[in-house]
Design a protein. Structure first.
Length: 249
């Protein structure tokens, strides 16, 4: 089923019957993706007066609690409040949810003991394209990204120069399949986060970073309409479900 959307004076045609989900869900029944030295997320029934509120235990409903951290356990979207003393909520600052985006595939470069995403790589991928959002898929792109235990593994990350480039190019929404755009242990510098949100200048309150996505290999590089759906938590970060729709030429 095709739909025509007007976006920034441009008419875009998409097939709404073919959504491409690039999120990773919490699944406490299986090995869940994890980072930042936390335990596994938990989904468990409420206990009221010694009785589990669970249909299989005789209750009339299932009534579960969920214990998790959005930064460690699930695809999440964050705003500058993630790194500032002043409290900013992603739910208050993300006001639009559809964006023309570009999916790019990058093989992080070896730099000493690290693997990094450089400005040159992103310039090569984007060239002169004008996009509001970028979706970065890193290589190798294995399904174990959905269950990876990232703590103390020094995952690939984005160089500060690359984040500056994206900011200056006008990219408002950065999505990546890593636990962070920054180095796991960088003494609190958070260079890419700070550069992308421009914390030393006019802070980009309406810009977001989404981490822990997974872009299947079947999704080709190119232009898509992104629907960046978030859960309405008043917090610096919230679970999200980014959906791509291929733009029909």
């Amino acid at each position: 089923m095709k739909a025509i959307i007007e976006y920034n004076s441009r008419k875009i045609t998409i097939d709404v019957s073919k959504p491409l989900d690039i999120s990773i869900a919490i699944d406490a029944s299986r090995k869940n993706v994890n980072a930042w030295y936390l335990g596994e997320p938990e989904i468990f029934p409420e206990n009221i007066d010694g009785e589990l509120v669970k249909v299989s235990e005789g209750a009339v409903i299932n009534f579960n609690n969920i214990h998790f951290n959005p930064h460690a356990h699930i695809t999440h979207t964050e705003c500058v409040g993630h790194i500032t003393e002043e409290v900013y909520s992603v739910n208050q600052n993300l006001k639009h949810y559809f964006f023309v985006s570009e999916v790019v595939t990058v093989a992080p470069e070896s730099r000493g003991e690290d693997f990094v995403i450089s400005e040159k790589q992103l310039k090569t991928a984007l060239r002169n394209k004008k996009r509001d959002a970028i979706i970065i898929r890193t290589l190798p792109n294995l399904k174990d990204k959905k269950t990876m235990q990232y703590s103390n593994t020094n995952p690939p990350y984005m160089l500060e120069e690359a984040a500056v480039y994206l900011r200056e190019k006008g990219i408002k929404h950065l999505l990546i399949d890593l636990p962070s755009v920054d180095k796991e242990k960088d003494n609190g510098k958070l260079l890419a986060h700070n550069a992308f949100w421009n914390t030393t200048g006019k802070v980009r309150l309406d810009a977001t970073i989404t981490e822990f996505i997974y872009v299947p290999n079947s999704v080709e590089d190119g232009e898509y309409l992104l629907n960046l759906m978030i859960a309405p938590f008043e917090n610096d970060a919230t679970p999200s479900k980014p959906i791509l729709y291929k733009i029909i030429k």
